[in-house]
Write a protein that binds this ligand. Sequence first.
Ligand code: SF4
Ligand code: SF4
Length: 180
Amino acid sequence: MPKPKMTFVERLYLPEISKGLALTSRHFFRNLWHHSLASLGLESRDRAMVTIAYPEVRRPYPLVARSRHRLTKREDGSPKCVACMMCATACPADCIFIEAEEHPDPAIEKRPRHFDIDMSKCVYCGFCVEACPEDAIRMDTGSFELAYFDRKGLVYDKEFLLNDDPHAVPAHAEPLSRGN
Ligand code: SF4
Ligand code: SF4
């Protein structure tokens, strides 16, 4: 794509720098005004911009949004998953990898030996959740933080998927931040 040409005024720089400073100052004084009124109880704090001190403070997300997957558990803590492969078959991104093994309980045919999701390919469509006949996979952890120093962290294994803590980090991944 060709680089857009700057006008004569833009090439002078000073008018553009002044425009930037004016915008920053407008936000600063607007916030100062609204926060001052809110501190005096004269208006609600909603009108002022709020900076979240991330990662110490995190904004709650609505539960309706699809978030990081988790595998649901039986009462004994083992995965509910019966390794039927329905989720892997339904996945349009081909990012679920399951290796099945026999379940020790004869009433249950199979269980996953390995259950990996490559989140670098996942498109968050939720088809895996819809396809599961056992309610064994959900996207309701409330975690949207997929930030690691390398791509290994984006492959979630069974052990990690059984952890429903929204701030959990895969054991093999180095997170960008460790705040909670
Ligand atoms: S949300 Fe969609 S793309 Fe991601 S693992 Fe599930 S089926 Fe695949
Ligand atoms: S998560 Fe559900 S659909 Fe996927 S293999 Fe396990 S039981 Fe089947």
